[in-house]
Write a protein that binds this ligand. Structure first.
Ligand SMILES: O=P(O)(O)OC[C@H]1O[C@](O)(COP(=O)(O)O)[C@@H](O)[C@@H]1O
Ligand SMILES: [Mn+2]
Length: 660
């Protein structure tokens, strides 16, 4: 019984007519139903979850290339009994870096044609394995046009059937004799990489600290099948691109703190000359010691350069403290008055009084601060800000990159029974959802996140009327460092104290209740209920707070309900975390947590076949193999099948006419 009636067809007529434009007759609708049914029965594609990339472009790209160790696992499964370990490593590095590896082979290999032949045979086997989860049509779409036909032929022929063997070998020989071997190897390698990740979830904080965020974004521009959950550092850059001056100063301050000018200058063409000139004029004789950039051992910043960076760093930090002070006054509803500290400085004694205690300042040379009006920018600071604002507003590349956050991103996402967000869901001490004010109204849980996201989007959309838009643009600062921001959720961002007061007690940033309570299963269940995440195996997945794997901290919490995957890609945090990041991998058999050890360089990976040594931990094993049918996509496809069946009924009963 189909359950369809002529009345139902009548009420769905508009939808069915639309559908009939694509499936004009019985046979095309029936074929599509068969295709979709077949897809429903394929194993679920592999989802990869990564958080807190923090500008580590090389490590990020490597992880995309090796699919978080998945490719090596597959190659091992296929060849570990017939190939030597070293050859397996070399084959993997060829798949990850085909151009570079081929160049190397060309100069060292004496029997290059033989190498091409063996390699093509091996690569086809690997491709057969990774493509087995996809429909033929999906595989076809991911093949480069020039080789689509040939690769498809190879994929679906078996070299082991005697009568096919000749045909198969002949194709490979022809590829080589027509000089197409390298192109073909490159093409197959790229498809293997691409098909090894079905959907990539980036849980925020792509920007800051490392110097390659713009390269990560360039990579994403070319990438299909990813989504982003906004992190506080991303929102900071989004705010800067929208023209929030406080965000601009923070972006500059963090970049200078890490001695990272590449993203600003090479990535986005932000002109730093006005800042350097101002800093030299204002702090020329000031050593600016507390503003020396952090630098890791592999960075060769000359001493002179470091001194200049320190001056620029100080100049922009002071402007930041002033502008934040002004913005906080404009927004009493943020309740961030405790972050206005400049008027508490005693310039004569070089101290600051906080909660009744006087602390000496590590630096008290503030030539641009007027004690009578400490938050006012000097004329030169004002001019400088105008130039910087202009620089940020005219960067096309920045616009293009930031637009990705709006087209592919959101504050949270629910996908296949997993709730993804960067940092936190504000909670009360008893674990209940905390009500937070946004635009004069109180919201909690999913409503809170939706309201904040809408507000931030209205700051980005140029058709938002003023003064609403100004208000929304200001909100980016709150989203970055406001105590109840779901992207931050700490009592304060103690930037001033961390720079200028030695007493570490003042640096403490009290984490919100979420971070203390999220280890409890019932707290996670409450949150999942509030977000209407259903399913027997449902989870929360987060980044934001580095997991101290080195100290034995377990990233899997709340009896498996919560997974925290900020393993610290950031080099600056390796000492804390002891590893170089996690990828959470969710494939048809369950969840695996892949722990990456530090990545040296792509060169090293090509030359020696070294990889990120990925250690896998099985987190959750499914009782049965998950099929596409069991996923969100499966629900969508099932809906489409139902609509097509209705169309079929309408055709068969003459209620909608078939097209020829
Ligand atoms: O270690 P750094 O780079 O000085 O940054 C410290 C600051 O970064 C923050 O941790 C925010 O950045 P994260 O979102 O990466 O945690 C602040 O709470 C803190 O004040
Ligand atoms: Mn963060």
């Amino acid at each position: 019984m189909s359950g369809f009636t002529p009345e139902k067809i009548e009420s769905d007529r508009r939808l069915l007519e639309l559908l009939s434009q694509n499936f004009g007759n019985i046979s095309s609708a029936a074929t599509e139903i068969i295709n979709l049914e077949a897809i429903l029965n394929l194993p679920k594609g592999t989802e990869h979850f990564i958080a807190d990339i923090h500008g580590e472009a090389d490590a990020f790209r490597h992880i995309l290339k090796n699919a978080s160790g998945n490719i090596k696992r597959k190659v091992n499964e296929l060849f570990s009994t017939t190939m030597r370990e070293d050859d397996i490593r070399q084959l993997c590095s060829l798949i990850y870096y085909p151009e570079r590896k081929l160049a190397l082979m060309r100069s060292s290999e004496t029997h290059i044609e033989n190498f091409y032949k063996i390699t093509l045979h091996l690569l086809i086997k690997v491709l057969q394995e990774v493509s087995s989860k996809y429909s033929r049509s999906r595989v076809r779409k991911s093949l480069p046009k020039e080789f689509a036909y040939i690769i498809e032929e190879l994929l679906h022929e078996s070299p082991f059937e005697e009568n096919k063997q000749l045909y198969y070998n002949r194709i490979i020989e022809t590829i080589i004799s027509t000089g197409q071997a390298e192109e073909c190897i490159r093409a197959i390698s790229n498809v293997i990489q691409r098909l090894s990740i079905d959907q990539l979830h980036l849980l925020g904080d792509i920007y800051d600290r490392g110097d390659g965020a713009h390269i990560v974004m360039d990579t994403l521009l070319e990438y299909k099948g990813f989504d982003i959950q906004w992190g506080n550092h991303d929102v900071l850059w989004m705010g800067a691109a929208c023209g929030n001056e406080c965000c601009i100063t923070n972006v500059l301050r963090v970049s200078l703190r890490y001695g990272n000018m590449a993203t600003l200058e090479d990535g986005y063409g932000i002109n730093l000359v006005p800042l350097a000139t101002f800093a030299m004029e204002t702090y020329g004789d000031d050593p600016c010691d507390v503003f020396m950039p952090k630098s890791s051992s592999d960075e060769a910043i000359s001493d002179k350069n470091r001194r200049l960076i320190a001056k620029m760093h100080k100049a922009i930090s002071i402007i930041q403290f002033k502008l934040e002070g002004q913005m906080i006054v404009r927004h009493p509803e943020w309740k961030m008055d405790d972050r206005r500290l400049l008027h508490k400085i005693d310039m004569t004694s070089g101290t600051i009084s906080l909660n009744g205690t006087s602390y000496p300042l590590s630096d008290s040379n503030f030539p641009t601060i007027d004690p009578a009006d400490p938050y006012r920018l000097s004329t030169e600071e004002q001019l400088l800000m105008e130039k910087l604002l202009h620089s940020f507003s005219v960067s096309d590349k920045l616009k293009r990159h930031i637009s990705i956050f709006f087209s592919h991103g959101s504050l949270f996402q629910i996908c296949n029974s997993n709730l993804l967000f960067h940092a936190s869901i504000p909670l009360n001490e008893d674990g209940s959802l905390k009500e937070v004010e946004v635009n004069g109204k109180l919201y909690s849980g999913p409503q809170l996140l939706k309201q904040i996201e809408m507000l931030l989007r209205s700051g980005y959309n140029t058709d938002t009327p003023e003064p609403e838009r100004r208000n929304a643009i200001d909100y980016y600062l709150y989203a970055w460092c406001g105590p109840d921001s779901p992207l931050f959720d700490k009592s304060k961002m103690a930037t001033f104290e961390r720079y200028l007061i030695a007493d570490k007690a003042t640096h403490h940033e009290e984490k919100g209740h979420y971070y203390h309570l999220r280890g409890q299963e019932e707290v996670c269940d409450n949150i999942l209920d509030a977000f209407e995440v259903t399913g027997e195996h449902r989870h929360i997945i987060n980044g934001h707070v580095p997991v101290k794997a080195g100290d034995g901290e377990n990233p899997v919490k709340a009896n498996g309900k919560l997974m925290v995957i900020d393993g610290g890609f950031s080099k600056a945090y390796h000492a804390t975390t002891g590893i170089a990041g996690y990828t959470l991998v969710y494939h048809s058999r369950g969840f695996e947590l892949v722990q990456h050890e530090p990545f040296s360089s792509a060169d090293e990976a090509v030359k020696n076949g070294t990889d990120i040594i990925s250690i896998n931990r099985l987190v959750e094993l499914n009782s049965h193999r998950v099929r596409v049918r069991d996923t969100d996509r499966g629900k969508e496809l099932t809906g489409q099948i139902q609509e097509l069946r209705e169309l079929l009924y309408a055709y068969r009963h003459g209620l909608i006419k078939e097209r020829k």
